[in-house]
Design a protein around this ligand. Sequence first.
Ligand SMILES: [Zn+2]
Length: 138
Amino acid sequence: MKPLSKKDLELVEAVKAYAKEFKPKHWRGEHISSVYAAVRTEDGSIFVGPNIYQPYSAPSSICAEYSAIALAYAAGHKKIVTTVTFKYRSPKNKEFFTPCGNCREFLSMFGNPWIIVPKGRGLRKAKLSEMLPMSTQC
Ligand SMILES: [Zn+2]
């Protein structure tokens, strides 16, 4: 694992700012968004998206990483350089965490990005390939 660069810290600040701005959405009284992901593309662009949780059918939900990647992909980007995932429900209920296995596999379609992960009381980064065997190696 490596320490974060200045650009990594910008990505962290971007997801935190987005999470604080994006008011948790509700659908039929259910809380459906509380996780946010930011991705940085090769040209330095940043895309941030929320998860969308379907309370009555969890498999129909999408992770925040999918939202952020879809926005980048729709804008023409094919390579993700760095990503970070952040849960935010309130100023006292927030944390960074690693992408789930599905998201790691999905991310592998867009290169071998750095994944910003919690380590101790801070953040570090690791390559996706350190966190998930790449499908092409099977
Ligand atoms: Zn996921």
